[in-house]
Design a protein around this ligand. Structure first.
Ligand SMILES: [Zn+2]
Length: 288
């Protein structure tokens, strides 16, 4: 899942949250817990700042290992991302959501308030601390394979958003085609950025945990699915298609070529939807 689909709800910023003393400590209800910092990682000339907040050192290690396995993808990104691993579940977990990625400051509206201090410099002297955040629910992170699959999926969305914004935004715009082409955009994996995130996450999870363990986990998840869409997702991950290398950029270009007249018309009707990239995408594939 990329951005939360629900309507944005402004996080209430209280005097207490603004005055909370340190980014190293989060408040879980009335309970204070230590949060661990991940190490910034350097990749050739590029630097991706990747920090982790979790009360569980074991989960931090899984995140660090996932990050290492993602190096080949992250090496193209130069922005700063923070990974928030919750001990409990927040909104939308009961609807099957496992986690999400979001640029900041928009992402601030979708995370529990006790993580705010990890994301924002309340003094406003240094500006925002990160460019994007990844949030993962407690129930998702309780399994090492589940945490790996979800973190790798969301990290791939971070890579898509930061390294090929046109492809990412085009996929958001493809949502408009669901109305007239319901059968072709029925599943999440019908959208290139979602399919690519699943292919990458499965590859990373297999590299870390082995194919048998990962596919057994997905089969058990399938039995516990809350929604039909989740079952479809698990079926895709278990299918041979999920093992085939896939480029969201190439697939998105193909969709733009195929639906170009419709997309141009939709863009004209909705000029405020991704105005910064839609005209470029719809007038020239070279802009991808
Ligand atoms: Zn996704």
């Amino acid at each position: 899942m990329g951005f939360p689909q629900e309507k944005a709800e402004r996080v209430r910023l209280t005097r207490e949250s603004i005055l909370a003393p340190t980014a190293f400590v989060g408040i879980y209800g009335l309970r204070k817990v230590e949060l661990h910092w991940g190490q910034p990682m350097s990749l050739s000339n590029q630097v991706v700042s990747f920090d982790i907040r979790s009360s569980d050192a074991r989960k931090c290690l899984v995140c660090e290992n996932t990050k290492e396995q993602m190096s080949r993808y992250l090496s193209q990104a130069t922005e700063k991302v923070i990974c928030l691993i919750d001990d409990q579940d927040y909104r939308l977990a009961d609807k099957g959501q496992k986690g999400f990625s979001s640029p900041l400051p928009a992402g601030l509206y979708f995370i529990p308030q006790y993580f705010n201090d990890s994301v924002i410099d309340w003094s406003y002297q240094t500006g925002r601390l990160y460019d994007s955040l990844i949030y993962i629910h407690g129930s998702t992170s309780s399994s090492e394979v589940g945490l790996t699959l979800t973190l790798a999926h969301e990290l791939q969305h971070f890579v898509q958003y930061t390294t090929n914004h046109a492809t990412w935004a085009t996929n958001e715009f493809f949502q408009e085609l669901k109305v007239t082409h319901e059968d072709e955009f029925r599943r999440s994996v019908d959208f290139p950025i979602e399919r690519e995130a699943r292919v990458v996450s499965k590859r990373v999870a297999i590299e870390m945990h082995g194919r048998v363990v990962v596919e057994d986990f997905i089969r058990r998840e399938r039995d516990r699915c809350i929604t039909g869409a989740d079952v479809v997702d698990c079926d895709f991950l278990l299918s041979p298609e999920a093992d085939v290398a896939y480029s969201a950029r190439e697939a998105s270009r193909a969709l733009v070529r195929r639906f170009k007249p419709e997309l141009i018309a939709l863009q004209a009707q909705n000029p405020n939807v991704y105005p910064e990239v839609a005209p470029l995408i719809l007038t020239s594939n070279e802009q991808f």
